[in-house]
Design a protein around this ligand. Structure first.
Ligand code: NAD
Length: 260
């Protein structure tokens, strides 16, 4: 591949796991595209965190992935950086509800951000990656892409779908220097999880502290939350040349959850 700094687009990178991934790539010298649905003025603190130790360029791209703006987001990124080397589909939202009480709009909202958006960004990125014979697609799925939990039908379905997309695209581009993989974290204590505490407490009729210990950490044999930096470190590894034969797979970082 060509020399010069590589570029990475991380969707949903103003918080939690995406922010940690963006920081890791910035520290490693990549040009980094940050994204969320929010106005740039509202996410200045996150952008500054990434810029703090960056060696490459850091740019913010507002795009609401629930509004099918994924392909356009990639076009804007390529316009800015001239190419896309690494695409990390990280944006995701959760909705906790018994399936028969789940509104269709909530089902569609979760699916459009976790699954449809990945389809759209991949569609936008592949022509450029194919033209240069090198690329990395890293989908942040979940342990819930491999196993289910009650009250998370939309999320579990979307994440299982994301693994299907990962495998299919990996096969399609395997001879073109492009790898496509998924990372499946267990519980990581980010705003996404903190926001679930109240809903889970209500759904299970227990306290928020009990949700942490009895629901979230119960399936993780280590009894510890995964750190966002652990996921970021794996993403950085998958982006490297030494990971060129890892494709079409899912890597669990779940404290042993899915070993059961
Ligand atoms: P988070 O809530 O901390 O961050 C989510 C990010 O996505 C934010 O930057 C937010 O602005 C962005 N986002 C939300 N809606 C968007 C939209 N419509 N358009 C564009 N961006 C949007 O969440 P997190 O816990 O860091 O989760 C990141 C990813 O990791 C998600 O895909 C999630 O499903 C997955 N994951 C999280 C956990 C966990 O325990 N936290 C576990 C497994 C997988």
């Amino acid at each position: 591949m060509e020399s010069g700094p590589k570029s990475v687009l991380v969707t949903g990178s103003t918080s939690g796991i995406g922010l940690a991934i963006a920081k890791a790539f910035a520290n490693a010298g990549y040009d980094v595209g940050l994204n969320s649905f929010e106005d740039e003025v509202n996410v200045g603190a996150a952008i500054n965190l990434v810029k703090a130790n960056a060696n490459g360029d850091i740019s913010y791209f507002q795009a609401d992935l629930a509004r099918k703006e994924g392909t356009d987001l990639v076009s804007r990124f390529i316009q800015r950086f001239g190419r896309i080397d690494v695409l990390v589909n990280n944006a995701g939202v959760q909705k906790v509800s018994p399936v028969d009480e789940l509104a269709l709009e909530d089902w569609e909202h979760v699916r459009s951000i976790s699954l449809d958006a990945a389809f759209q960004t991949i569609k936008g990125a592949l022509p450029d990656m194919k033209a240069r014979g090198w690329g990395r697609v890293i989908n942040i799925a979940s342990a819930h892409g491999l196993v289910a939990s009650p009250y998370k039908s939309a999320y579990v379905s979307a994440k299982h779908g994301l693994l299907g997309l990962t495998k299919t695209v990996a096969l399609e581009v395997a001879e073109q220097g492009i790898t496509v993989n998924a990372i499946c974290p267990g519980y990581v204590l980010t705003p996404l999880v903190e926001q679930q505490l109240a809903d889970q407490a209500k759904a299970h009729n227990i306290s928020e502290e009990e949700v942490k210990n009895q629901i979230m950490l119960m399936p993780q044999p280590t009894k510890q939350f995964v750190a966002p930096e652990e996921v970021a470190s794996m993403a950085l590894y998958l982006a490297g040349d030494m990971a060129r034969s890892i494709t079409g797979t899912s890597i669990a970082i779940d404290g042993g959850w899915t070993a059961r």
